[in-house]
Ligand binder design. Sequence first.
Ligand SMILES: CNc1nc2c(CC[C@H]3O[C@@H](OC)[C@H](O)[C@@H]3OC)c3nc(N)[nH]c(=O)c3cc2[nH]1
Ligand SMILES: [Zn+2]
Length: 374
Amino acid sequence: MNVPGTFTLGPGDGNARTGCLTTAHGDVETPIFMPVGTQGTVKSLCPTDLHDLKAQIILGNTYHLYLRPGDELVAKLGGLHRFMGWDGPILTDSGGFQVFSLSGLRQIAEEGVTFSSHIDGSRHLFSPEKVIAIQQNLGSDIMMVLDECVPYGADRAYTEKSLALTTRWARRCRQAHPGGHRGQLLFGIVQGGFFKDLRAESAAQLLEIGFDGYALGGLSVGESREEMYDILGDATPLLPADRPRYLMGVGAPRDLLAGMAAGIDMFDCVLPTRNARNGTLFTFQGKVNIKRAEYREDDTPLDPTCPCYACQTFSKAYLRHLYVARELLSYRLNTLHNLTFFSIMMERARQAIRDGRFAAFRAEMEAVYPTDEE
Ligand SMILES: CNc1nc2c(CC[C@H]3O[C@@H](OC)[C@H](O)[C@@H]3OC)c3nc(N)[nH]c(=O)c3cc2[nH]1
Ligand SMILES: [Zn+2]
């Protein structure tokens, strides 16, 4: 078995590429979509469900798990893998994003960011050293550095100042986790807002520090699709080709396709799990809003080509009934299906890249997921 951090590139097609990332809990075939399991669970699913839908790696979140149940407790109970019963790879975000998006009363200083818990208002400090210690306690296979995800619309002066601090924090994270520690990998996060020269500066600074992988942060923060794609196209080639490239918080099917076309290897987004809970289901014939009256008497499966338990067992009429009745089973079946769709879509994308027909695959998918939609 390769040492954790080994990233072997497979066949490519244009800038799209396939690869294999070795982690301490197994290999990850890329490009990959990672289901979000913020509080130590992919909402409404068991680990066995995740294995059934061929999830290769899932996400946990430092901010949430630190506040509840506590990273020290999770460490005492054997780490996040044992705690949640998931034996595959886990990536945890540093919590930088959640501190800026969820908590109250934030103060940014050289030392780190001080914030109030969204749960009980208690005050906490996230320093680079602290978020590394938390992720080491959780035992995640891929850790993220502490960064400031610059808000959309921040001016150049703010972005520049934030970038300099974020780079100093990244350096401190690397010093706190020089590598090798139980095979836990550490990824840097490129910031720089929507200023291409600042993005280039950020990438160069992170490369000089040296990380196991590189993420594009500060995107999917409310910008237009063209603004995201503009930065994506410009910044991705600045990331080393021989290391994994991770686009944080992205995204819808069309955004995954655009990301892969630009050379991105890893994605995460709450879309499939969150949309499942509000009745929006993804199929290879397009999106289905299961609460619509047209499905009231529809005895056909959601997607006859889908191997998931929901599509193999129930009708649209039943899925609609569960949703309208707010039954818990609705969350579970809809989530099972949506994550199965994302998993199959990514498998088909990997095969299309290997076969040199990614452009055709992308066009086929965009025909049912048009770029002008929501
Ligand atoms: C949605 N758009 C978006 N999400 C983002 C996240 C959270 C993903 C994390 O948040 C949780 O999902 C909401 C997941 O835990 C995920 O873990 C990686 C980011 N995290 C960091 N550290 N830095 C960024 O610049 C950043 C940008 C994002 N843009
Ligand atoms: Zn299905």
